[in-house]
Ligand binder design. Structure first.
Ligand code: NAP
Length: 239
């Protein structure tokens, strides 16, 4: 791919901003996304809105050089507490929000991408930013987050297995704690030093470390790696 066009969701900060910077440094044309457009390279759309994925995909196609997107990076994600002591409707509302933002929106974007690559644009790649929680589970307040990431991993494997022969590759990355606002809130709420003691590396990952893995999957990973899930958690969870 010469100057591939790459759509990165959740590129305003944290891991997504590091991914966008790493890919741009490699010469990729990055179309960013966040809940609000904060610069000219970013599509603004709240993924809690069911109409957002279709709008994002269409706008990304409109912005791309030749009506072609080569790589989709599903990175946007929400990590918010949902204690089981909430009322039924509050708990269910929070469940639905997280499933929509972290799984349904990523799935819809993946579907648009796969159709795009099957209907003319010959092949492409999806890179999913999932989580260690998708395998290991999460805290009592985060059933929804773990379920969404587990679903993302299963969705990723399905794409990899069903469309590889047609030129569509799918890769997934499972970070453990990574030094962003998302992990900061969690570490503060759950007692940071105790959780750090559970990471043999002795520290959380940096966004740049996760971005290097995503960059590799997007631009360099051999096709034979399709279907892979790459862990990056300081050996806090070894499968
Ligand atoms: N940090 C960790 O410890 C960790 C660990 C494992 C997996 N991950 C995964 O890594 C990915 C990035 O996480 P991060 O730590 O970089 O998070 P972050 O710093 O909180 O950034 C989240 C990104 O997602 C976007 N986003 C969130 N909700 C959105 C919504 N409703 N509509 C549109 N955009 C939305 C945000 O956009 P706005 O700026 O507009 O809000 C932002 O760009 C997520 O999928 C997360 O689950 C993170």
């Amino acid at each position: 791919m010469t100057q591939p066009t790459i759509l990165v969701t959740g590129s305003s900060r944290g891991i997504g901003a590091a991914i966008a910077a790493a890919l741009r440094a490699r010469g990729a044309r990055v179309i960013g996304h966040a809940s609000k457009a904060h610069d000219a390279h970013t599509i603004g759309a709240d993924l809690a809105d069911p109409t957002a994925p279709a709008r994002i995909w269409q706008e990304a196609l409109d912005r791309s050089a030749h009506g072609r997107i080569d790589v989709l990076v599903n990175n946007a994600g929400l990590f918010s507490a949902n204690p089981i002591t909430l009322s039924d409707i509050e708990w269910l509302d929070n469940w639905e929000d997280t499933l929509r933002i972290n799984l349904t929106a990523a799935t819809e974007l993946s579907r648009y991408a796969v159709r795009h690559w099957l209907e003319g644009a010959s092949g492409g790649r999806v890179v999913h930013v999932a989580s260690r929680a998708g395998y290991r589970g999460d805290s009592p307040d985060h059933w929804h987050y773990a379920a969404a990431k587990g679903g993302m991993i299963a969705m990723h494997k399905t794409i990899a297995r069903q469309y590889a022969r047609l030129g569509v590759m799918s890769y997934a990355v499972c970070p453990g704690f990574t030094d962003t606002a998302m992990a900061g809130d969690y570490l503060a709420s759950r007692g940071g030093p105790g959780l750090l003691a559970d990471i043999p590396l002795g520290r959380v990952a940096t966004p740049e470390e996760i971005a290097r893995i995503v960059e590799f999957c997007a631009l360099d990973a051999p096709e034979s790696m399709t279907g892979t899930v790459i862990d990056a958690n300081g050996a806090s969870y070894v499968r």
